[in-house]
Design a protein around this ligand. Structure first.
Ligand code: A4P
Ligand code: MG
Length: 172
């Protein structure tokens, strides 16, 4: 093997879903964005912040948003980084779909399909959730990776959910 120039780092593009329904929800979302940037994950686009009715309903309302990122992290390394940020922001394991300080989900990653016990991409609920599809439609108007349909098309049949846009911003 010859020495020489290093391979350029390959950047991947992914979409992340952000949610919070405990504590200072807007501050939690902003802190997550800041920690992503500090850990080398570049946030290239950010949706509005939406207040959304919780699913299931026996918990406080959520703030939800979606960001597009660029990162050299492979999918499992990105998942580990997200879990680390959730932990650092104070999230501790609770029941599935229970209230949380912060939830960071990988919705799409390049054009990749993954189906393993630790990681499923596209996120299995992405195509039916208004709290994902509405913010996603703001920053990704074209066909979604793997699914091949736009968020607006999927919204036609998505389960109804009360939600409204807020004045909060993910970044200053
Ligand atoms: N995991 C598998 N695939 C992924 C992926 N693509 N991204 C695994 C992130 N994680 C993924 O997740 C449990 C495990 O899923 C992880 O350890 C990872 O290995 P979790 O975040 O610890 O638990 P969870 O969030 O309770 O489970 P899940 O199934 O991810 O729930 P969701 O789908 O995130 O739903 N209502 C409103 N209005 N807004 C919300 O944001 N969120 C939820 C949580 C419920 N209701 C909501 C909202
Ligand atoms: Mg989750």
């Amino acid at each position: 093997m010859t020495g020489g120039a290093q391979q350029p780092t390959r950047l991947h593009r992914a979409y992340l879903g952000l949610g919070s329904n405990l504590g200072d929800r807007a501050a939690n979302l902003r802190a997550a964005v800041q920690l992503l940037e500090e850990r080398g994950v570049r946030v290239v686009e950010a949706s509005s912040v939406w207040e959304t009715h919780p699913v299931p309903a026996d918990q406080p309302p959520y703030l939800n948003a979606v960001v597009a990122i660029e990162s050299s992290l492979e999918p499992l390394a990105l998942l580990a980084a997200l879990k680390g940020i959730e932990h650092d922001l104070g999230r501790r394991p609770t029941r599935r779909w229970g209230p949380r300080i912060i939830d960071l989900d990988i919705l799409f990653y390049d054009g990749l399909s993954v189906d393993t016990p630790e990681l499923v991409i596209p996120h299995p609920e992405a195509s039916d959730r208004r709290f994902v599809l509405v913010p996603l439609s703001e920053i990704c108007p074209g066909p979604l990776p793997v699914l091949g349909r736009t968020a607006a098309e999927l919204l036609v049949t998505a389960t109804p959910l009360e939600m409204h846009r807020t004045e909060f911003r993910l970044r200053p």
